[in-house]
Design a binder for this molecule. Structure first.
Ligand SMILES: [Mg+2]
Length: 148
């Protein structure tokens, strides 16, 4: 493990560099060439569950206050990102492009004006649930929207 200050940080690191580090780690252990996006996605969810374990039986505020949980939460978050990158690699997905496209969809799905501070909590709740209900039930294999 590197000493503090020698680690990469969000400001100076690209997703491509992280992908490269994951790939290098996996190559050195002979873990490449057998990528299965289903297993990687499953691993992603398992790591997300490990992250959640640190929150079990606590409020969010309690977790934030508990300094001993910071490191373990960082570790599990890194594990989740790890598997995000493996899924992306195994399906040849450009994470930044996927993120930007989804952000654009989210902006359209969740119009700012419906959630502005001028709205009451009740109005915002109603808009939230109306949008949730409207988007529920679709499936990408049912036809319609082209994602590629
Ligand atoms: Mg883990």
């Amino acid at each position: 493990m590197l000493l503090g200050g020698m680690f990469m940080n969000d400001q100076e690191t690209t997703i491509s560099e992280l992908k490269q580090k994951v790939l290098e780690f996996r190559k050195k252990r002979g873990w490449t060439g057998m990528e299965n996006p289903k297993d990687a996605a499953l691993s992603l969810v398992l790591e997300a569950a490990e992250l959640l374990e640190h929150f079990q039986w606590k409020t969010g505020a309690e977790v934030k206050r508990e300094a001993r949980l910071y490191g373990p939460v960082c570790d599990e978050l890194a594990d989740v990102i790890w598997w995000v990158l493996v899924v992306a690699d195994s399906m040849n997905i450009d994470v930044s492009k996927a993120f930007e496209k989804k952000l654009a969809k989210n902006k359209e799905k969740w119009p700012e004006h419906l959630f502005s501070k001028e709205k009451t909590l009740e109005e915002r709740d109603r808009a939230y649930y109306r949008i949730k209900a409207k988007h529920r039930g679709g499936h990408p294999l049912a036809g319609g929207e082209e994602d590629r």
